[in-house]
Design a protein around this ligand. Structure first.
Ligand code: NAD
Length: 396
């Protein structure tokens, strides 16, 4: 099969196995070159196949030397369809980990379900006994509630009034306005049900009830705040309410872990191009401007640099620096006043005519295609290759 990107807007329905492997290899090479972090030894990553979760898995193994179990929800290849990128990423991750002598197993299924939680706990009991770091990095548009059976949908909407923002079509490099109608109360409830903290709490409770959390275990999830221009759609909108819920769950989980010396953290991370973030109106323009400014100032990071910095400067061998709401702030460079002021000024000036000159829209677009394994030097995209690819630990 010769695999080309098939995309519409922020969705790409094909993925390239060799390109995804190149992406994983780049991230592995980066963390191997960084100073060793004396970190966790048994790591569970929930949402491990792409974005921040994949980076967490890579840092754990290829810098800290940890065994990992990864949970994700990805489509295997079949018929004339490629697998999803997260499937190929996970295949490449496991192959590399096994070659280097590390334990790596994956479970593909719905992390919101009780069944997947039980399968993970059984695997930890069988293979490890306990886990000392749990990374919760899910981003999902829906969740079937394990008790009520209701399927909740997470919409990305403002609350109270409509939101109109500049937006870009990053394929055609066009700037236009986008208006999003406000969420109903029920849409807010559903977004919180999907992306809020309830499932994270359920995971930690289940791991604790199953007796598989090590003493002094660390549990972490990721949040985002961002600039004022995106507040109506993000931080003050439906997803912001969900993030408030996630952040308050960290306090509750801290209470659960406290007696065994465990700790729960929220890390507020930088805006990066992932499958989750490309869906947020206005974010593609904001990131195109942000990347330009951060690159010029030598501050730009992708998921892998962020997560290495998290492990190296916050989680291990040091006391984390927390903000007034007890959160780690890996978005500190993004939120520097000099970065934000420049981005704001550029945002106000942006038009279709000057977009390529004042932003890094090309970098944004490259990052988008790279999510699906396209655009890597050294990969022959004209080559006929099998789309079938097994993840070593999964029988699908
Ligand atoms: P992503 O889309 O790259 O990854 C999502 C992961 O969740 C994938 O591994 C996917 O397989 C998994 N997943 C989704 N639904 C699942 C389900 N039902 N069962 C099992 N696995 C499932 O997302 P990301 O951008 O890396 O986001 C991860 C976290 O980081 C989110 O909490 C997000 O809000 C946060 N964050 C993201 C950014 C950003 O700019 N992307 C910034 C700060 C914080």
């Amino acid at each position: 099969m010769i695999i080309k990107p098939k995309f519409k807007g922020f969705i790409c329905t094909t993925a390239h196995p060799d390109g995804c492997a190149a992406s994983v290899n780049e991230q592995i090479d980066y963390v191997k070159k960084q100073p060793h972090v004396d970190g966790p030894k048994h790591v569970l990553v929930i949402g491990a196949s792409t974005g921040y979760g994949l980076a967490s898995r890579i840092v754990s193994t290829f810098n800290c030397g940890a065994a990992t179990i990864g949970v994700f929800f990805e489509k295997p290849p079949g018929g004339n369809k490629t697998a999803t990128a997260g499937w190929y990423n996970s295949a490449a991750f496991e192959e590399n980990a096994i070659d280097a002598g590390y334990y790596a197993k994956s479970i593909n299924g719905d992390a919101f379900s009780t069944d997947i939680k039980n399968r993970v706990i059984d695997l930890i009991k069988k293979d490890w006994g306990s886990v000392d770091l749990v990374v919760y990095s899910l981003a999902s548009p829906r969740r079937t509630h394990p008790v009520s059976g209701e399927t909740l949908v997470s919409s990305i909407k403002p609350i109270g009034e409509s939101f109109t923002s500049k937006n870009i079509d990053f394929h055609k490099e066009l700037v236009s306005d986008i208006t999003v109608a406000p969420a109903t109360d029920d849409e807010v409830r559903q977004a919180v049900g999907v992306m809020g903290g309830e499932d994270w709490e359920m995971w930690v409770q289940a791991l604790q009830d199953g007796n598989v959390l090590a003493k002094e275990a660390t549990v972490i999830s990721y949040s985002y705040i961002g600039p004022e221009v995106t507040h109506p759609i993000y931080r003050d909108g439906t997803i912001g309410k969900a993030k408030e819920s996630l952040e308050s769950s960290a306090q509750k989980i801290n209470g659960l872990l406290h007696k065994d010396g465990g700790r729960a953290f929220i890390s507020v991370n930088k805006a990066v191009v992932t499958q989750a973030s490309t869906a947020i109106p206005g974010m593609s323009l904001y990131m195109s401007l942000l990347f330009k400014v951060m690159k010029e100032k030598g501050l730009h990071e992708h998921c892998i640099e962020q997560i290495y910095r998290l492990f190296h400067t916050q989680l291990y061998g040091t006391t984390p620096t927390l903000d007034a709401k007890d959160r780690i702030r890996l978005d500190d460079w993004e939120m520097k006043p000099e970065v934000q002021q420049t981005v704001k000024k550029l945002w106000e000036q942006t038009s279709t005519e000057n977009l390529t000159a004042i932003s890094a829209v090309d970098e944004y677009r490259n990052d988008f295609f790279r999510l699906f394994g396209f655009g890597f030097a050294g990969v022959d995209y004209e080559k006929d290759i099998p789309s079938l690819k097994k993840i070593p630990s999964i029988n699908e």
